[in-house]
Design a protein around this ligand. Structure first.
Ligand SMILES: *[C@@H]1O[C@H](CO)[C@@H](O)[C@H](O)[C@H]1NC(C)=O
Length: 288
């Protein structure tokens, strides 16, 4: 039931995408909720997602290939971001940065506290995350805090998982772990290996919550970084939490050891008063 609601929302979002001309950036981002057409695979603990030619293999910790997803015939389902209460859902507010250098991002860390549960209960689905994407926008890797029921599960509570989406082909996740209001979350995406060609290996995890990590190998270099509030199915402002979420200790390091000065580009949902603000100390605050 809920999945089909999300599916129709995603279709609406996809249909409306060309009209989203007010969006300041042309880069189209992947949206977990827009990928209802792709199959979802929970990667067992200790397993990994491996790009092998035009296929994606899910490999168990013991090395057995337990699932193969062909990407050759994938159909791009990329949506540009939609803003505003309830209409289509999508990225509501975010801070984004494109690494302008040829030196790859080595790590993207941040931490935040699980917000109070929203007062409104309207089957809404909220996602708060940091993420990396390749310049093509074809994939996204993200440690995600969700409220509500996603395709991975959940309910009227907060829970966390790492997600890797490969556009039009598949969605790969860790298992979903419930978390408590007020709990501290340490989120980290790390480059853990490179070889020749498009063969970068990354991990995504909540460093203080076991079972929330995934490993992706053979991926493209991830050059886009973002901290984002994404939401679906809202019907009233109290479907958001009260107050704000501060992403503190936000840092991006490059493989040469440098921590570049980040000029975040902000996109807000001005109509609903949902905004992102970067503080002098580098923390990023999303206000509801
Ligand atoms: C390897 O792990 C998978 C998934 O956990 C399991 O189904 C399979 O039986 C294991 N194979 C061996 C040889 O241990």
């Amino acid at each position: 039931m809920h999945a089909s609601i999300l599916q129709s929302l995603a279709l609406v979002a996809a249909t409306l995408a060309p009209l989203a001309i007010a969006i300041p950036m042309t880069h189209s981002m992947l949206l977990p909720g827009s990928h209802t057409a792709s199959e979802i695979t929970v990667v067992p603990s200790g397993g990994r997602v491996v790009h092998v030619g035009k296929d994606i293999h899910v490999v168990a910790a013991n090395g057995t290939v337990i699932h193969v997803v062909a990407t050759a015939a994938r159909k791009s389902s990329k949506s540009t971001k939609a803003r505003g209460l309830t209409q289509t859902g999508g990225w509501i507010t975010d801070a984004q940065w494109l690494n302008p250098s040829d030196v790859p991002i080595a790590s993207f860390k941040t931490s935040w506290t699980v917000p109070p549960a929203p007062v409104g209960k309207d089957d809404q689905l909220l996602y708060l995350f940091n993420c990396l994407e390749p310049g093509s926008g074809d994939a996204i890797l993200q440690p995600v805090l969700q409220y509500g029921t996603s395709r991975l599960g959940g309910g009227e509570f907060w829970s966390v998982a790492s997600w890797y989406l490969y556009d039009g082909a598949g969605v790969f996740t860790s298992s979903l772990v419930p978390v408590d209001v007020g709990q501290h979350l340490g989120a980290e995406i790390q480059l853990v290996g490179t070889s020749t060609g498009p063969a970068y290996s990354y991990t995504s995890q909540f460093t203080n919550i076991p079972g929330t990590g995934i490993i992706v190998s053979g991926a493209e270099e991830m050059k886009w970084a973002s901290i984002t509030l994404e939401a679906y199915g809202l019907t009233a402002m109290d479907d958001y939490p009260i107050g704000s979420t501060v992403f503190s200790g936000t840092s991006i390091d490059l493989v040469n050891g440098e921590s570049p000065k980040i000029a975040w580009q902000i996109a807000d949902d001005a109509a609903d008063g949902i905004s992102t603000k970067v503080s002098a100390d580098g923390s990023i605050e999303i206000s509801y």
